[in-house]
Design a protein around this ligand. Structure first.
Ligand code: PRP
Length: 172
């Protein structure tokens, strides 16, 4: 495993996700709740967040990718929607690990909106407002950080380092 400066410790992440999960679970009105996890980066965050919601949910998955083997976005968001599930008439929570340019979250929410959920909310662990290009903000944010490339807790560099329990600064 690589080293890199730990920006957010495992303990900080766990505490914040627990609080955020409860907040979201309480804020979404009663009714069916469907949670769609944006793969692959949000995998670890989603597991912890969904458990902290404290309510019954159904689950779906969407795969979004726009980053190649570099730290820069290619700009195009590719979506694979085979496993999004059925959520017409449900509240929808979309979970992603990070909002950077915002292109992914925008593409994902626009695509999912066409399936007629009652409401759509978005939750991300990390926001990097300095990099925003698309006109979108996440409804729920775990941590706001400066423009630093990070790895861990789902976030990768060239598909590596996702299983790290903490979030670290990384320069290739
Ligand atoms: C990462 C991350 C977000 C997106 C954020 O996904 O998981 O989905 O980039 O960047 P943006 O706000 O600039 O669109 P990536 O495309 O690297 O795929 P991954 O989830 O498989 O790592």
């Amino acid at each position: 495993m690589p080293v890199g400066e730990i920006l957010i410790s495992e303990k900080e992440i766990q505490r914040r996700v627990e609080v955020l999960g409860r907040e979201i679970g309480d804020a979404i009105p009663p009714g069916d709740l469907h949670v769609i996890t944006t793969l692959k980066g949000a995998l670890f965050f989603a597991v912890d967040l969904i458990r902290a919601l404290g309510r019954e949910v159904t689950l779906g998955f969407i795969t979004a990718s726009s980053y190649g083997s570099s730290t820069e976005s290619s700009g195009e968001v590719q979506l694979h929607q085979e496993d999004i599930g059925e959520f017409a008439g449900c509240h929808l929570l979309v979970v992603d690990d990070i909002i950077d340019t915002g292109r992914t979250l925008l593409a994902v929410t626009e695509a999912l909106r066409t399936h007629n959920p009652v409401s759509i909310r978005t939750a991300v662990l990390i926001a990097k407002p300095a990099r925003r290009e698309a006109a979108i903000d996440a409804d729920y944010v775990g941590f706001t950080i400066d423009d630093i490339f990070i790895i861990g807790y789902g976030l990768d560099y060239d598909e590596k380092y996702r299983p790290l329990p903490d979030i670290r600064a990384f320069s290739p």
